[in-house]
Design a protein around this ligand. Structure first.
Ligand code: ZN
Length: 709
């Protein structure tokens, strides 16, 4: 629905934006763009002399990648060949950037290359890197000076990717507020599919409809995407250790159109020069998408502040919460009397390897009055104690981002001073179907929000003895540009969002708010937040049944460093939930290394789902015997074994084999193949050729592992 609306609206919007410039509103076509050159009469009047491109052909070529650019009066790419694979046709990508700027008198403009004077490329050699600097000159005033925008395309000698940087000079008082760069138009692959990093990873068909992946949110957990078909995979990524918001867009409308937009920080314009603080990069991998991920993004993550060797689970077993390490399943409950009875029944049925994620323990209704949670509903502390007696650990819900402007604390505690502000000073207001009240987004850079979250985490453990806190939305929700001039960060987008949460959550961990052995959890898996939490809840992967599929991209990169739980949201209505879908979620979670479950207690304990409860209990018992694989090992790939392995229908997902498998490396680096049977009869199947096609019988409602040194 969303895509459909965009498809209809976008061309209309684009047309509107072009009207005042193209002269089409009068019906008289007027070539105002002058082939990418500023009007000669104006340049003469201002005594400005700008060269035209000198006619030489800009080329980068390191033997693996060859990039040839047009030599005319407008920028274009004439050839882009990666390892012999041609990615575009002549004359493509003529509008490689859009640049939104703000001036000292309140001017706002979205510059395009056609409104500037293109002077072509000059080549540079810096060490072992060859560069081409393409320049466009913009006229801001009548001072006789122009202000260049520079696109720098770099090709290191040994590289198998091409890098794109952006700079711009600006008059005094001006700064860049948003970039759309690079914007590339490439050859559309046959039967192409788009892989985004929404949650676990999603594969969508490449169509004219635009797909957006916003990093770091629930639609983009990592800062890249891929477009692939059986011939190979095109990769588009950005390497940025600051976790800055970047939105990736891709569509197959005529060509393969890709671009990245970034809300810029005022701080990125210094002394009249704007630098985008990181490069975008593109590559093509004939060995396919899995190889591209393992070859490009995964190695890079070990250099990131949140992804180094010290973050490997195997190096943290001495400090990672012992009860979290022993957890093999979760249930989700809301704090009603009836549900507490189900919770106790689940605790008895599943045993102490089950942990509990507790919602609506607070006095006000869910998703309202945030963050005025305290005091808890009567009896909360007693219920926590009762579950502790059964060996169960509990983490309650709070929200790490929303402040209800109608809450008592918004005025009392100066929530208005902590709110993130849009450019016009307004609040970012969000309404959720769960409560239908206003919620405003809070800027994590503020001391007010720091102290609020610190105090809540501290109080929850002190008053109620909980075993950690779930802090919703941090790992999944949009970073908004914040224009509050009184905040301790430059206006706009940028680094402050991640830095704000780093300060809050590190202080909670190191200054005593988080008690020893207790944990912090967040929603979803924006990778830049992964070192701030002990556990990331995986329930939001965006897919459309019948159209897209969830695939294990995140485990391929981060299974050795990030502990996860769940797989996808469950249905909260027992009558709508399906046994096959419960099994699908439990199975996929286990195979991806996640702690399975997170189903509502009253759903899994409903008598009609007793076989599924037994299935989950079987998987939990099985999982407790393979911690050396799924907790500290590395996920290699998903597979579906041959043999007696019928296709089953999973209603909320897609048709899939009854027996599903995953290949892992255990903590010592030895191969292991895990098989889960979603069926209630045993199946004899054959492992992949790497396991020499070994045959195994997977028991009904159960799982097996084959290990090989
Ligand atoms: Zn702010």
């Amino acid at each position: 629905m969303k895509h459909l609306r965009l498809r209809v609206l976008l061309p209309a919007l684009l047309l509107l934006m072009q009207l005042p410039l193209s002269g089409q509103q009068t019906g008289t076509p007027e070539p105002i763009l002058h082939n990418g050159l500023l009007p000669p009469a104006l340049l003469r009047e201002l005594n400005i002399t700008l060269p035209k491109p000198d006619g030489s052909t800009p080329v980068l070529d390191n033997g693996k990648i060859r990039a040839v650019f047009g030599n005319g009066n407008t920028f274009c790419i004439d050839e882009l060949t990666f390892m012999g694979k041609s990615l575009c046709s002549k004359g493509s990508s003529t509008v490689p950037w859009h640049l939104s700027c703000r001036g000292p008198q309140g001017e706002k403009i979205d510059w395009r290359p056609g409104w500037a004077h293109y002077t072509g490329a000059r080549s540079l050699r810096e060490g072992t890197v060859s560069k081409l600097v393409f320049t466009w000159h913009i006229l801001y005033d009548y001072s006789g000076k122009t202000y260049p925008v520079r696109v720098i395309v770099s090709l290191p000698d040994e590289a198998d990717r091409l890098f794109w940087d952006l700079e711009a000079d600006l008059p005094e008082g001006w700064f860049v507020t948003k970039t759309e760069f690079p914007r590339l138009s490439l050859r559309k692959p046959d039967k192409g599919k788009v892989i985004t990093t929404s949650g676990w990873g999603v594969e969508n068909p490449l169509t004219a409809a635009e797909i957006r992946s916003e990093y770091p949110t629930t639609t983009g957990s990592m800062s890249f995407f891929l477009v692939h078909n059986p011939e190979g995979a095109f990769y588009f990524g950005a390497e940025d250790p600051q976790g800055i918001r970047k939105d990736f867009y891709v569509n197959g409308n005529g060509a393969l159109n890709v671009r990245m937009t970034i809300p810029a920080s005022e701080g990125w314009t210094k002394d009249g020069v704007f630098h985008l603080p990181f490069a975008a990069n593109i590559g093509y991998d004939a060995e396919g998408w899995e190889h591209a991920v393992n070859h490009w993004y995964k190695p890079y993550t070990y250099t990131l502040p949140w992804g180094g060797e010290e973050r490997k689970i195997v190096n943290r077993l001495g400090t990672l919460s012992p009860w979290l390490q022993q957890t093999d399943g979760w249930i989700r409950v809301k704090g009603t009397d009836e549900e507490f009875a189900y919770t106790q029944a689940a605790a008895d049925f599943f045993g102490p390897h089950l942990s509990v994620h507790w919602y609506w323990w607070h006095r006000h209704p869910y998703d309202s009055h945030y963050p005025d949670y305290l005091p808890a509903k009567p009896g909360f502390a007693e219920r926590i104690a009762a579950l502790h007696n059964k060996g169960i650990h509990i983490t309650p819900y709070i929200n790490g981002r929303l402040w209800d402007p109608a809450s008592a604390s918004y005025k009392r505690d100066r929530g208005y001073d902590a709110s993130a502000r849009a450019e016009d000073g307004s609040l970012y207001t969000e309404v959720y179907g769960t409560s239908k009240v206003l919620n405003s987004v809070t800027c994590p850079s503020t001391q007010i929000w720091h102290d609020k979250l610190y105090g809540l985490v501290d109080s929850l453990q002190l008053l109620y003895g909980v075993d950690g806190v779930y802090i919703d939305q941090v790992g999944c929700s949009r970073q908004y540009p914040c224009w509050n001039p009184d905040h301790n960060h430059p206006r706009g987008g940028g680094e402050f969002w991640l830095q704000g949460y780093q300060k809050i959550l590190r202080d909670i961990r190191t200054q005593g708010a988080l008690r020893p052995g207790n944990i912090l959890i967040t929603e979803e898996n924006g990778d830049c937040y992964s070192d701030l939490f002990d556990l990331m809840l995986m329930v939001n992967t965006h897919y459309t049944p019948g159209v897209s599929r969830i695939i294990p991209v995140f485990p391929m990169v981060y299974s050795d460093r990030v502990v996860t739980n769940a797989y996808r949201y469950f249905n909260e209505d027992v009558s709508l939930e399906k046994a096959c879908d419960l099994r699908f979620r439990f199975t996929k979670a286990l195979l991806y290394g996640s702690q399975p479950g997170w189903v509502r207690a009253f759903v899994i304990m409903d008598p009609k789902f007793r076989p599924e409860a037994q299935f989950l209990r079987n998987l939990m018992e099985f999982r407790s015997g393979i911690h050396d694989i799924v907790l500290g090992g590395s996920f290699v790939r998903e597979f579906f074994p041959e043999g007696d392995n019928p296709i089953r229908k999973f209603d909320a997902f897609w048709d899939e084999h009854a027996v599903m498998g995953a290949q892992w490396l255990d903590r010592k680096g030895n191969n292991a193949w895990i098989l889960v049977n979603t069926d209630s009869v045993p199946h004899k199947v054959k492992l992949p050729k790497e396991a020499k096609g070994k045959e195994m019988t997977v028991p009904a409602d159960g799982a097996v592992v084959f290990r090989k040194k």
